[in-house]
Write a protein that binds this ligand. Structure first.
Ligand SMILES: Nc1nc2c(c(=O)[nH]1)N[C@H]1C(S)=C(S)[C@@H](COP(=O)(O)OP(=O)(O)OC[C@H]3O[C@@H](n4cnc5c(N)ncnc54)[C@H](O)[C@@H]3O)O[C@H]1N2
Ligand code: MOO
Ligand SMILES: [Mg+2]
Length: 418
């Protein structure tokens, strides 16, 4: 008798994996290796930024009071008593009508409270004149105008991007506390599967899921261990899944999760005494996507069908991995966009349509990326987004506004802004 599975809502399935995604330990890594990790400590300003009043321009530091009354008819003369660049500190304190030639980033000398840009001065030998008055603190970058000492600038749980790295460097974080990234084991089941370099044989296909999942992880900077292809033999599949579970933080299998005679994953979860979190989700593609929990680790049984496999990763594996690193923002960015063509199929389950998202004029628009069944592979290659059509709906037409999940942003566009 075939097992009748009870589908659960996508939202509930996501919640179940999120609840089981255990936080990985905190590690300390070198700043230059920290890109893409999740901060495990807040960034607190160790000092003011800027840490001293400095010049935002190449020019002359003056006392603003000396400039009162300056005009085109009444140019005021200053005498240059010192010359500093960024990194140097003037030893002079300014007296009346004295100035220090100062370059961008250099500390404002004692007594000075304004900076005249080089372009605002008419220079000769050791003097210059100005033709306008300067206000107190005019053209000065003030100590602490960016950040004040002790301020919490970035919370723990934030993705470290190049800007975060700049801030960490500013405060001398040569080492950064982050959450360890999971090591993810991948294995692909299917007697029909050939390696990429193999010649096609009758009844066989090349394994596209393995390289795809590896790349989905790599897109997020996650290291995977690829355990290769396994034919649909229960005992050897069980032994390998057991081994991968020991050697990695999270296991992804592809194929063999449905109700077919050679779909062994359900029996493998039984033998592992795993807690099956769900084995049917009210979604298309990927309705057979399975998640289980054993030895405090998540096992994802992604469907063998390429589009279903891809979607299962994006919906469940991706946020679970972020949760293991305690990312405050674990979910894929979503937006709304205007459909450019009719989509008339009924959606008994929530449907995820691989699509191309782009901006045209002032509008976000979205176009299905072609052949869209769960065995499709070409539309995964063309798409950069997923349209989300709720279950129980039908007949979406061109012009309708739909929900969209945005996948990755490394794709460029063909022209600069118009
Ligand atoms: N009687 C039923 N049959 C099926 C059901 C069902 O509910 N009742 N569900 C269907 C759905 S939905 C899907 S999706 C598939 C899921 O199948 P499995 O996850 O068990 O995967 P396999 O049977 O191993 O393979 C399915 C399909 O995908 C191809 N495949 C597998 N691995 C790869 C790979 N690494 N790279 C590329 N393509 C792969 C495989 O050759 C099959 O064509 O089950 C339906 N059936
Ligand atoms: O898991 Mo299946 O992809 O719903 O067609
Ligand atoms: Mg199957």
């Amino acid at each position: 008798m075939v097992e009748i599975r009870k589908p659960i809502a996508v939202r509930d399935a996501i919640k179940r994996v999120m609840d089981k995604a255990n936080a990985l330990p905190i590690i300390e890594i070198a700043l230059e290796d920290s890109f893409g990790y999740i901060l495990a400590e807040p960034i607190i300003a160790m000092h003011d930024v800027p840490s001293f009043n400095n010049s935002p321009y190449d020019g002359f530091a003056i006392r603003s009071e000396d400039s009162i009354g300056a005009s085109g008819d009444n140019r005021i003369h200053f005498r240059v008593i010192d010359h500093i660049g960024a990194g140097q500190v003037s030893k002079h304190a300014l007296g009346k009508y004295e100035a220090v030639r100062i370059m961008t980033g250099a500390p404002i000398p004692e007594g000075a409270d304004a900076v005249v840009m080089l372009e605002q001065a008419v220079e000769s030998e050791n003097t210059f004149t100005i033709r306008k008055p300067f206000k107190q603190l005019e053209n000065i970058s003030l100590q602490g105008e960016d950040s004040k000492k002790g301020e919490m600038l970035i919370p723990s749980g934030t993705f470290i991007h190049p800007g975060t790295i700049a801030l960490l460097a500013t405060f001398g974080y040569a080492k950064v506390k982050v959450r360890k990234k999971p090591i993810v084991g991948i294995l692909c089941t299917g007697t029909e599967l050939l390696k990429v370099e193999d010649e096609i044989e009758p009844g066989k296909i090349r394994n596209s899921n393995g390289p795809m999942i590896e790349a989905q992880l790599k897109r997020r900077g996650i290291e995977s261990r690829y355990y290769g292809i396994l034919s649909d033999d229960l005992e050897s599949c069980f032994q390998l899944v057991k081994k991968v579970l020991v050697e990695t933080d999270c296991v992804i299998t592809t194929g063999g999760v449905s109700v077919g005679d050679f779909d062994h994953l359900p029996e493998i979860y039984r033998r592992l005494q795993a807690d099956v979190l769900f084995n049917k989700v009210a979604m298309r593609p990927g309705s057979v996507t399975t998640a289980a929990f054993a030895d405090d680790k998540l096992l994802f049984g992604l469907s063998g069908n390429p589009s279903a496999c891809f979607t299962g990763y994006e919906l469940f594996v991706k946020p679970a991995i972020e949760n293991m690193m305690l990312n405050n923002c674990p979910f894929t960015p979503h937006t709304k966009a205007k459909l450019t063509e009719d989509f008339l199929k009924p959606n008994p389950f929530t449907r995820f349509v691989r699509s191309v998202y782009r901006f045209e004029g002032n509008e976000a628009i979205i176009t299905p990326a072609g052949f869209n069944k769960s065995n499709a592979v070409s539309s995964i290659a063309r798409g950069n987004a997923l349209i989300v059509l709720p279950g129980g709906t039908r007949n979406f037409v061109a012009g309708d506004i739909v929900d969209v999940l945005l996948l990755g942003n490394e794709n460029g566009v063909s022209s600069w802004m118009s």
